[in-house]
Ligand binder design. Sequence first.
Ligand code: 3H9
Length: 691
Amino acid sequence: MVAITEAVSLEKEGDIGMLWIDNPPVNALGFPVRKGMADGIAMAMKDDGIKAIVVICKGGTFCAGADIREFGKPPKEPHLPDVLTVFDECTKPIIAAVHGTAFGGGLETALSSHFRVAVATAQFGLPEVKLGLLPGAGGTQRLPRLIGPEKALPMVATGNPIGAAQALKEGVIDEIVEGDLAQGAVAFARKVLAEKRPLRQVSRMTDKLDKNPQIFADYRKQLAKTARGFEAPEACVKAVEAAANKPFAEGLKYERELFSQLMMGSQSAAQRYYFFAERQVAKIPDIPKDTPLIDIKKVGIIGAGTMGGGITMNFVNAGIPVTLVEAKQEFLDRGIGVIKKNYDITASKGKMTQEAVAKRMGLIKGTTKMEDLADVDLVIEAVYENMDLKKEIFGKLDAICKPGAILATNTSYLNVDQIAAMTQRPEFVLGLHFFSPANVMRLLEVVRGAKTALPVLATAMAIAKKIKKIAVMVGVCFGFAGNRMFAQRKREVDKLVLEGAPITQLDKVIYDFGFPMGPVALLDLIGIDLGWSKETSKGETMQQILCEAGRFGIKNNKGYYNYAEGSRAPKPAPEVDEMIKALAKKKGYTPRAISDEEIIQRCIYPIINEGAKILEEKIAVRPSDLDVIWVNGYGWPVYRGGPMFYADLVGLDKVLAVMKQFQAKHGDDFKPAPLLEKLVKEGKNFASLNV
Ligand code: 3H9
């Protein structure tokens, strides 16, 4: 075995050269790998004893792509496209032997080899688009040549991977290897030599290149629905289109141009930042990696309403049995009925088998007796937001549940420490704040109480991963991190409406910023009556006025907008405009035209400012955690990174200056957070706090 670089070595297996890549954790194609691959092929070419070369990886995976950490830094030669040209033009057969994930540059490496074999569990994908990029080492040119543009388009433009069986069917790979991959690849190489198979240079293939423009027009239509606001998907389509219409070398050049443009843009910077933010969020500085975990074999959930039902689905989806408690049998039956209906809908779309539905339903045990929670390892209380009720439940749970069982509340706002104080085990109490609908939304705020023990927190983070949530650890305060920041936008939207911003303008500006819907339309969707009470309503706010007029939102076809029966499409409601005008007049507002820019600044900058306060109070671990919360819980467009990343992009000095202007005009809702002032003074940004 000859070490070529610290990450690549060449070994001889008879007349087969084994080019081993060993660059943990994911064999990313950083400098030592690229150099090792180029020099390794050159060395194998010079060695007359080597007749064919197998490219293969150590560890858990084939190359998962270029080293994203190198992006944005001065590139170091050899560049990947040049290394892959060496592969392409090598006159000895190169066989890529894939296990784990051949992603991005990894798949491009395999596509530049002459043959590809893989184990049955291998996955193949070009996820660059998820980083705001496109495959920049020939992937957009080689894949369409290998499998045709129609099949290549979704792989390139959505980034979703395919498994080995599909890869074999579509011709991405030549063979699935059973048993040991290295041995299988060597056997395949010998077969290629024995049969004197010609080298298959994908770059020279043209037979699959369908030039029909309709393929691209149709695909663009499809993308318009899913890729609104993103720049990379359209660039991906353009590059594949070039593969169909231009010679390989020209297509490659065009791909390079598009790649460079995207790489320099803010969207890719945001998406690459977000990739690492989502991985960093699981790392809590004072919780060591080896903190012992509590085994969660059985879960109890209190409340079979919308939240409790959704949370139950998360656990049974992961194969964890749930004891679901409701106060009355009829509520329990209704709640379990809704769960069953949800699964049936999924099954009717062909996304789940009837057996799987039955299996999941079989994991749910409904009961009206809290005593049935005596043997569970984790209880999640999901009753309505009432402190007295929650305190009572936790007092009971403490007596019923076995020692060492974790007691969690799904409260969205209330003080977890006060709830924990009702028990003799505050170190086993925490908040698990799911977002609605809990079976769909990926975000979970893990709320750390003053006394919550480290193994309890570590267990919560681990179980979140098991139920496919992205857990973000936050501290105790009203609304925790997400809702506390969100309240800022809600307040400003209410004010902007009265100051004269038409609700259609507000909705359009926020939608165009990249949120899935505007803030007023969102109120109609959530229900304007949420948190409203008839008894205390005094006609003093738009919420009170609308609810008093029986306008609750989409649920009864009238809110800020009107809705046709069964439709979610908002229609103007002139009667609401009159209500707004009347309240504005009563409150002394003189209607004025409000610019789109002011709407963005009024709705977004206070969110950033609140984020700064949250960081100062150590409610969140780092700014990027707040961004993860916003992308997963509030529909913040990932191509803008999150509010804290966006603030850095705008410039903290500008955010501060605008906040001060607003403070002078609109009062202390805009008082800058001391941390914001401090960072500006020190010439730093939020990124500098991302530990
Ligand atoms: C590209 O290829 C461009 C080319 O077309 C053109 C070039 C010219 N780089 O996700 P995990 C780290 S763009 C650097 O927790 P899993 C990750 O941060 C690239 N680091 O594991 C983490 O570090 P830490 C296209 C990377 O088992 C650790 O590895 N490729 C990279 O759940 C473990 O990661 C992609 O976009 C990387 N490329 O999932 C694939 N990848 O331990 C991106 C991972 O310090 N990667 N790390 O937190 C993935 O999708 C997943 O990591 C993978 C493993 C599925 C591979």
